[in-house]
Ligand binder design. Structure first.
Ligand SMILES: [Zn+2]
Length: 298
C-alpha cells in the first residue's frame, strides 16, 4: 500500500482518494490517482487550504493477484465492523444460496449458470438475492462476500495512521473508487443508509442529486455490514468525515457475479492453469473492461 500526501501551507480540509479496496477493481482508482499525480500542482490554487491524500491499493494482494478479496479471502468492504460488532452471522438466505454461489469443484465454461441464476431470482426475487449476496457474511470462509473473522491488516494500518495522515484538518471528503456496479460507463457516489440527512444535503448540493445515492436495495446500491464509511467516521468522531463510494458501472450484475463465482472456484478448487487463466481474464474484463478502441486495434 502506498500513500502520498500533498500538504497545503495551512490545511483546513483534506481530500482523500483511495483505490483497490476490492483488489482487482483498483485499476480505475489507480488511473485517477496517477492522473492527479501527473498534474503539475496537486493542491488547487483556488483552495490553498485543502490538503490532498492518495491511498493506493488498500488491498495489495487482491490487486496483485487479480482477486476482489484479500489474502484471507476477505472482502475488505465488509471487514470494517465497529469495535463492538462481532465477526459472525450471515443473511438468512445465504446458506440456501451457498451451494450455487460456492460449489466445491473446479469452474466450468459449460454449466448452465444463467439458467441457475434465473431460477434463483424467480424463486426468491431479485431484492432478496441482492440483500443476501452483497451485504456480507461471516460464516463461509471460502465463500463470496466473506467479511473475515477479525480486523484485517488493512483495517489495522488505517486505524494506526489515518488520523496522522489527515493532520489537524477537521473536514474530510473521502472518495473510495470501485467498479462493477451500476450501468455501463456511468458512475454513482454512494453513501451508507445510516448517513445523516445533513451530510446528504451538503453532498447532493455539491455533486448533484442525480449523482449521490443513499444505499438502498431497490436501486443500484445496497446496505452492507462492515463498510469503510461508518468505520472512518467512528474512528475520527471529531472530524466532519464524508465518505463517498464512487461506483463505476461495467457489465450487468449477473455477469459480474458469474465472473466472481468462477474465479473464486478456480482459486479454491481449481485443477488447471487454463481454468485459472480464463477466470482471471473474465474477472479483469468485468472490473476493468477493454475499451472499444483497443478492441478495434487488436
Ligand atoms: Zn468494490
Amino acid at each position: 500500500m502506498d500513500v502520498a500526501i500533498a500538504s497545503a501551507p495551512k490545511p483546513q480540509r483534506t481530500v482523500i482518494t483511495s483505490s483497490g479496496l476490492h483488489g482487482v477493481e483498483g485499476f480505475l482508482g489507480s488511473a485517477i490517482q496517477l492522473a492527479l499525480l501527473e498534474q503539475q500542482q496537486i493542491i488547487d490554487s483556488r483552495s490553498p487550504d485543502t490538503r490532498v491524500l492518495l491511498i493506493h491499493a488498500l488491498n495489495p494482494y487482491g490487486f496483485a493477484w487479480l482477486r476482489r478479496w484479500n489474502e484471507g479471502n476477505v472482502d475488505l468492504n465488509r471487514n470494517f465492523l465497529l469495535p463492538e460488532e462481532e465477526f459472525t452471522g450471515s443473511p438468512k438466505n445465504y446458506p440456501k444460496f451457498n451451494a450455487f454461489l460456492n460449489p466445491t469443484s473446479p469452474p466450468s465454461k459449460f454449466e448452465p449458470y444463467i439458467l441457475q441464476a434465473i431460477w434463483l431470482i424467480l424463486k426468491y426475487g431479485m431484492t432478496s438475492l441482492r440483500n443476501t449476496l452483497l451485504v456480507g457474511q461471516y460464516d463461509f470462509s471460502k465463500g463470496l462476500f466473506f467479511g473475515g473473522n477479525a480486523p484485517s491488516k488493512t483495517q489495522k494500518i488505517l486505524a494506526e495512521n489515518l488520523s496522522k495522515w489527515i493532520g489537524n484538518t477537521s473536514e474530510v471528503l473521502h472518495l473510495d473508487f470501485h467498479t462493477g456496479l451500476g450501468k455501463w460507463g456511468t458512475y454513482r457516489l454512494l453513501m451508507d443508509a445510516s448517513a445523516q440527512t445533513k451530510s446528504y444535503t451538503r453532498l447532493t448540493e455539491r455533486f448533484g442529486a442525480d449523482t449521490v445515492d443513499i444505499s438502498s436495495t431497490e436501486g443500484v446500491s445496497y446496505q452492507i455490514r462492515g463498510g469503510l464509511e461508518t468505520w472512518c467516521q467512528n474512528l475520527l468522531p471529531e472530524c466532519r468525515y464524508d465518505l463517498l463510494t464512487a461506483e463505476f458501472g461495467t457489465y450487468p450484475a449477473i455477469r459480474v457475479l458469474q465472473a466472481l463465482r468462477a474465479e473464486n472456484r478456480a482459486h479454491h478448487w481449481g485443477n488447471s492453469q487454463r481454468n485459472y487463466d480464463w477466470t482471471k481474464n473474465q474477472l479483469v474484463e468485468c472490473f476493468a473492461p477493454t475499451s472499444y478502441r483497443t478492441h478495434l486495434v487488436s
